[in-house]
Design a protein around this ligand. Sequence first.
Ligand SMILES: Cc1cc2nc3c(=O)[nH]c(=O)nc-3n(C[C@H](O)[C@H](O)[C@H](O)COP(=O)(O)O)c2cc1C
Length: 409
Amino acid sequence: MDRRDFLLSSSLAAAAAATVTATSNGPVLAQATPPSEVGVNPDRPNTPYEGSKANRKLQIVNLLDLEPEAKKILPVGGYDYIFGGSGANWTRRENVEAFSRVNIEPQALSGTSQVDLSTEILGSKLSIPIFVPPMGSHGLAHVDKEAATARGAAAVGTLMATSTVSNMSMEEIASHNPGPKWFQLYVPTDRGYTRELVQRAKAAGYTAIAPTVDNLWSYPREENIRNEFRPPSTLGRGNLPRGMDPAAGSKMLSARKRDLNLDDLEWIKKEAGLPVIIKGVMSARVATAAIKAGMDGIWVSNHGGRAFDGVQATITMLPRIAQAVDGRVPIVLDSGVRRADHVFKALALGATVVGCGRPIMYGLALGGALGVQSVLEHLRDNLTIIMRLAGTKNVKAITRDYLAPPAIA
Ligand SMILES: Cc1cc2nc3c(=O)[nH]c(=O)nc-3n(C[C@H](O)[C@H](O)[C@H](O)COP(=O)(O)O)c2cc1C
């Protein structure tokens, strides 16, 4: 064994030992039991978790630059939780890399100088075709939690989706965001609680419900296991069932309906009286079935590679799903969007709006509401330039005609 092999095997052994001590039943193969909240900050033991307090505009050159900066200021467990993907992180990386296999074919001499980035989805008008997808526990990034993200999205005039597992309540978040908003639903097993959540969302002004269908079982996220980390309850759980003590309510919140099917989604649509967009569709067949069941939108997402490692990149799947959808309902795409040309490519392949996840959390950590605003403005300003160069005067004009043929499967 040479020195390098030795170091490798001893560090693996150390990691394995650490994992073994995390449970009395042997090595952890899956997150069957959530790790305890003890040690939420391996670098700052015995202190309650606290996100950043930054409040400033960011000068952004490249959204990927935000990762190491956020890492410097966030507790290890919180940063790794936001950054990490499931398993070997192949899908997380592939989400970004696959965009480079789609290429733009600009139409010079189009005479385009003014471009209009505004768009509309399910009756909501947005200033840009870029939005904030649902992410739980914004308190991991910033002490102002989801309120700051909501203010950042509202400042730019775009949509934010609120997660079921937000730290603040969906009503508080809505009060910071006069603009368009959707509510993401992790469907609970309890139907009474499910009804309560969707009715609360409607009353608070959310205009669509997005049940997430791709994260029903916890695929191991190795960093969280090593860090013994999960988002601490001290940051708040905003959408617990009403009139129930927090311990019992938390159990209900965590009890997700794992045998979710289309009948459940039809029932949710009836109870909510709002359009329903299915989040986590990675198959043309599932998209077709969902539309047949009356669903109002298809959200192509693999949860940013957090739900199921080995699943294809969303941009790779988009052409087949768009073909199956055939313009009947809008398509939303997220996962791996880090640059404005990624947004352009997703729009060209059939998406109506495009979500950018983790960079929003890093922007929140580094600058609060102003940081979130900076991330969205960075994408907006670069998309403006790309549209001018490509010769597309508005969002509707961005079609496959602006992609080079070899990249289209
Ligand atoms: C920290 C974090 C928390 C998330 N929480 C949720 C959630 O509560 N519900 C959900 O449907 N998706 C959740 N997601 C997935 C996002 O909605 C989105 O699909 C993903 O972040 C897009 O990938 P990207 O981060 O590569 O842009 C979360 C993502 C992150 C990074």
